[in-house]
Design a protein around this ligand. Structure first.
Ligand code: BGC
Length: 742
């Protein structure tokens, strides 16, 4: 009899016994099944389940290990990442199930961040939609396609708050705000794991909350760099999105590369045991980031890899991604009495539990159905959903004299390397996304506006100093009524290991814009980038600017539809766009300081002598082809008591010619606290469609628990006193009203 069959029979037997006891719940049935497997395992096999290796199909970091097929066979490797397609996964799974001694099925992980095959906009772009349903749908589609291609575990959602545009990985997150970040984190978990977290559904995948913790605050914006912040800032600003993802039911967590308060996250008992498993009550599995156990030697908290492994396992790490440390040293450390085998068993239980929850012991090939894969990958409704989110993610930054929308049939010059690119539209972490499958922005513009009405010239590359294409670009622009200049960063300039010391548009692209400006024709700048950029100069030169991020498989079509007014832009920035790099870090929830500016010419104030304090585009900012007018705020009461809360109401009127969506935002400020409080904090938002000429009443309910914070003594709760409440279409232009918390 095959070993897997043996395990499955055994676990079914336990199941039958368990069913006889009415009181036994599902969780304890799984626990019993887990133990029934665990009891059959040698120490070496147990450690093998705590090992995760990359397939050489896709490499996302320095590779240490090849020949993993043999490791699977020997029970030395229980989990694989970067392998996909139903057929290939089946092949590897078969080795585990039929050729290893116990036949325990493998987990298959992959970075399905913003889509698997059908790629959605990069996560920062998706966040700018402020549309939780659309974001959840994006994750759902990603899960369906990934699950159909053999994957059962995604390394997402990335929940790292960041105020650092130099850091390339801001493109993978949801921006600077903990409140919005939390809503988005939860929406993504619901999308990946399904609304009711039923991992046994073969079209859901296990979510992984990363990078735990505070990876988004590397010093100087340099990837993998030291993180150091007060505990208050950590708990109040950086922790909430991770927590929201866990509360939504995410069953795995990835540690981060960075240190926090002098301790690398992968060896931090505080982060992994006290906080994550203790206070936050997390019951799932903890995996390291890529070789982050080994890297603790470089961090300088251990002398060698063996010690690093000890630190990690004792801190609460269950699975070693790619580092080989557990496999090389743990067995001997247990034999030598340095680690209690019980600790290994605990980690193993968490790994096996996830495999049971995913239904892998019932059918190890449940994610390997090639017919289903063919039906689901690039399904028309998935492409539709990607188009929808792509349009919603775009942010109109400027629209002088209503240059946009373009009119069909207008002769346009399309200029820029990025206009003709498909690869760049996918951004970083494109998973299995295929750029040969899709159309460029240029192709879509031609298809919509007619070949004859679109004149293309590359002008220049995104990077480099080559100006030889300028003349052709000027000639093309000379023949057109309007210029559409597509500029920004190429896809490799954001994402992992893509930190920058400048946030300018690279190369000679802005110089090309300056040249085009001399033609005195309306210029529409279409931006593709994965981080807030310094757009001060471009903002002076362009008549219109549309931030499109990297918009995904359907990006070209989405850009076309927005430019031509088939869709009225509704996106709002989720990270502040500074005027210059010197203002960084800049974010809307800053503190007032002891010397805020009241008069522009006051000298001894908290300000710059060479730049205003305020950003070019604030958090929450984004224009529409229509305009919205906000009424004053009406409060149900000027006092908020614990039990009742209060309702704040505004009327928003669409005063323009187009129907449009507006993201109405609610902020508060606690005027006097036992510790200093931010000048504004987002506490609510609603995205509403308002028809031209019509008005809508928007109501927000504010309850006292929404005003809680870490007080002077570090207890979490509220303090009575005076507050301000703000409502507006961005974090700067708001109506305000005062209230008292009793
Ligand atoms: C990244 C993770 C990713 C992992 C696996 C690491 O380098 O930091 O976000 O999930 O690689 O690809």
């Amino acid at each position: 009899m095959k070993k897997t069959a043996h395990i499955i029979l055994l676990t079914s037997f336990v199941f039958l016994i368990s069913c006889n006891s009415i009181k036994t719940n599902k969780a304890s049935i799984i626990d019993q099944k887990v133990d029934s497997v665990l009891n059959l395992m040698t120490l070496e096999e147990k450690i093998g389940q705590m090992v995760l290796y990359t397939s050489d199909w896709d490499v996302t970091g320095p590779t240490l290990k090849s020949g993993y097929m043999d490791d699977i066979r020997k029970g030395h490797c229980g989990n694989i990442f970067n392998a996909h397609t139903a057929a290939y996964v089946r092949k590897l799974q078969k080795i585990a199930v039929e050729e290893s001694r116990l036949g325990i099925p493998l987990l298959f992980g992959y970075d399905v961040i913003h889509g698997h095959k059908t790629i959605f906009p990069i996560s920062l772009g998706e966040s700018a939609s402020w549309d939780m349903e659309a974001i959840e749908k994006g994750a759902r589609v990603a899960a369906i396609e990934a699950a159909a291609s053999g994957i059962n575990w995604t390394f997402a959602p990335m929940c790292d708050i960041s105020v650092e545009p130099r850091w390339g990985r801001v493109s993978e997150g949801a921006g600077e705000d903990p409140f919005l970040g939390s809503k988005i984190a939860a929406a993504r978990v619901r999308g990946f794991q399904g609304k009711d977290n039923n991992l046994a559904d073969p079209l859901t995948i296990l979510a992984c909350v990363k990078h735990f913790a505070a990876y988004g605050a590397p010093q100087a914006g340099r990837d993998y760099n030291t993180v150091d912040m007060s505990k208050r800032v950590f708990l109040e600003t950086y922790l909430p999105p991770y927590k929201a993802a866990l509360d939504a039911g995410a069953m795995s967590v990835m540690t981060s590369f960075n240190e926090l308060d002098g301790v690398p996250a992968t060896g931090s008992r505080y982060l992994l045991s006290d906080l994550l498993r203790g206070e936050l009550g997390f019951k799932g599995l903890v995996v390291t980031d890529y070789t982050s156990i080994n890297e603790m030697v470089n961090h300088g908290v251990v002398a060698n890899e063996a010690e690093a492994g000890l630190l990690a396992v004792k801190a609460g790490v269950d699975m070693d991604m790619q580092g080989e440390v557990y496999f090389k040293y743990l067995k001997k450390q247990v034999d030598d009495g340095l680690v209690d085998e019980k600790l290994i068993d605990e980690a193993l239980r968490r790994v096996l539990k996830v495999k049971f929850l995913l239904g892998l012991f019932d059918d190890p090939y449940r994610y390997c159905n090639e017919v289903r894969e063919k039906q689901l990958v690039y399904a028309p409704e998935h492409l539709e959903a990607a188009l929808d989110v792509a349009k919603k993610s775009m942010v109109l930054l400027k629209n002088q004299d209503q240059v946009l929308p373009l009119k069909k049939g207008e002769k346009i010059a399309v200029i820029g390397e990025l206009a003709a690119s498909t690869r760049d539209l996918l951004g970083s972490w494109k998973a299995a996304g295929d750029w040969d499958f899709m159309k460029s922005t240029l192709d879509e513009l031609k298809a919509y506006n007619g070949e004859a009405n679109v004149i293309y010239a590359e002008g220049c590359k995104t990077i480099g100093e080559d100006r030889s294409g300028f003349a052709a670009a000027m000639a093309a622009a000379g023949r057109a009524q309007k210029i559409v200049l597509v500029i920004g960063e190429n896809w490799e300039w954001s994402g992992e290991a893509a930190s920058r010391t400048s946030i300018d548009i690279p190369g000679v692209q802005t110089e090309l814009l300056e040249k085009l400006k001399t033609l005195n024709k309306p210029i529409v700048v279409v931006l593709m980038n994965g981080r807030p950029l310094d757009l001060t100069r471009e903002n002076e030169l362009a008549d219109a600017m549309l931030e499109t991020w990297y918009a995904g498989t359907m990006g070209g079509k989405a850009i076309t539809q927005v430019l031509f007014g088939e869709y009225n832009p509704s996106g709002k920035l989720t990270m502040t766009f500074p005027r210059n790099l010197g203002q960084v870090p800049i974010f809307y929830y800053e503190k007032n300081t002891g010397r805020p500016i009241y008069l522009p010419n006051d000298k001894y104030k908290s300000k710059y002598i060479d730049s205003p304090n305020d950003p070019l585009f604030p958090f929450g900012f984004g224009l529409s082809y229509t305009t919205f007018e906000y009424s004053d705020i009406t409060l149900s009461s000027t006092e908020l008591t614990d039990n009742e809360g209060l309702t704040a109401q505004v009327t928003v009127k669409n005063t323009g010619k187009y129907d449009g969506e507006e993201v109405v935002q609610l902020y508060v400020r606690d005027l006097v606290g036992s510790v200093t409080r931010p000048v504004k904090e987002l506490k609510g938002f609603e995205k509403v469609m308002i028809k031209a000429g019509e008005s809508k009443e928007i109501k927000f309910k504010l309850t006292s628990d929404m005003l809680a914070f870490y007080r002077l003594d570090m207890t979490y709760g509220t303090e009575p006193g005076d507050y301000k409440l703000f409502i507006g279409g961005n974090s700067k232009d708001v109506k305000e009203k005062g209230f008292k918390l009793k």
